[in-house]
Design a binder for this molecule. Structure first.
Ligand SMILES: [Ca+2]
Ligand SMILES: [Ca+2]
Length: 315
């Protein structure tokens, strides 16, 4: 099933040819029921979650057609706690697992669950050799989203192509620091849902954009300090992405979104303004966070920072 989704995602990517063209609207795959897990709700066919080894992971169906729902983890059926509600106890061995929920109409929804390697295994700022650095001892303003992480998602080469949402793969969020495998990262499901939401709205507005280029997703505190960023960057908690649109032409830099013949900060502004225009919508509420357009420097082109910190932040 995972491979079918990957193929479907590739087909969707293939359908888009022109940012301002008349190609059909690209809809991210959604199913006819909605689930709730961790701090999110989703009806996307592909989802992502993290859980600490040995701890419970709860998931429930919150809306959809009436009838019998089933939950299966790696081909093993889960017992229901009550109708449409399940608890999976994560194994003590960190790895990637696949939870499938099948609805009464046989529609299927997948949650790819990463059982994390405990942060307690960090020695001298390194996790199994991968440089992490140090998280601030005190959360910013006492907010729990700035707590020190309890664990990290382990990434081996075979996990790079793992679909973490209908249009995004795990590799897109890895820190840019040079290192061997295993690599580690944090990635908040809410960030993925926001990226998918923004693509849906862009497509509805007539921009058949198949994906964002994620210039920077997760950053280790060590890498974040190295590039001169603040200690409380949402990137270091896996809740931020620096993105641009790159498909016409696909050349590694932002496209001319405002169609003025130049690739510059005005294109980042165009994208930021589009995102800002969604801010009053009811369905945008879960995605409130930071938003800021950036221009080019010697090391990168224009991009837009987004995050899911839960409060509006502009700079
Ligand atoms: Ca481009
Ligand atoms: Ca432009």
């Amino acid at each position: 099933m995972r491979y079918l989704i990957a193929i479907a995602a590739l087909l969707m990517v293939g359908a888009a040819t022109d940012v301002r063209g008349t190609t059909p609207i690209l809809k991210a795959a959604q199913t006819d029921f909605e689930i709730a897990y961790l701090d999110v709700r989703s009806n996307r066919v592909t989802n992502f979650a993290t859980v600490t080894a040995g701890t419970p992971f709860d998931v429930r169906v919150v809306s959809g057609p009436s009838g019998r729902y089933r939950a299966v983890v790696d081909d093993k059926m889960l017992d229901e706690l009550s109708a449409g509600k399940w608890r999976w106890i994560a194994p003590s061995k960190p790895n990637h697992y696949r939870l499938a929920i099948v609805g009464p109409g046989q529609a299927e929804l997948t949650v790819n669950i990463a059982v994390e390697v405990p942060a307690a295994k960090i020695r001298n700022g390194r996790l199994n050799g991968y440089r992490i650095g140090n998280y601030p001892a005190r959360p910013l303003r006492g907010l729990s989203i700035y707590n020190r992480p309890e664990g990290f998602i382990e990434v081996m080469p075979e996990h790079l192509v793992l679909q973490v949402s209908p249009r995004f793969q795990l590799a897109q969020f890895l820190c840019k620091q040079e290192s061997n495998f295993p690599k580690y990262l944090l990635l908040r499901p809410r960030l993925l849902l926001k990226l998918e939401y923004l693509l849906d709205r862009l497509n509805e507005a007539g921009y058949p954009i198949s994906n964002f280029h994620v210039m920077s997703g997760y950053r280790t505190p060590a890498y974040n300090a190295h590039i001169g960023n603040g200690r409380y960057s949402r990137h270091t908690w896996g809740g931020a992405a620096d993105i641009f649109v790159d498909q016409n032409p696909r050349d590694g830099v932002m496209d001319d979104l405002n169609n003025d013949g130049h690739i510059d900060k005005a294109d980042a502004h165009w994208l930021a303004k589009f995102i800002e225009s969604l801010a009053e919508r009811e369905d945008y509420k879960p995605f409130i966070g930071g938003l800021s357009p950036y221009g080019s420097t010697a090391s990168h082109g224009p991009f837009v920072h987004i995050d899911v910190r839960g409060s509006h932040a502009r700079w």
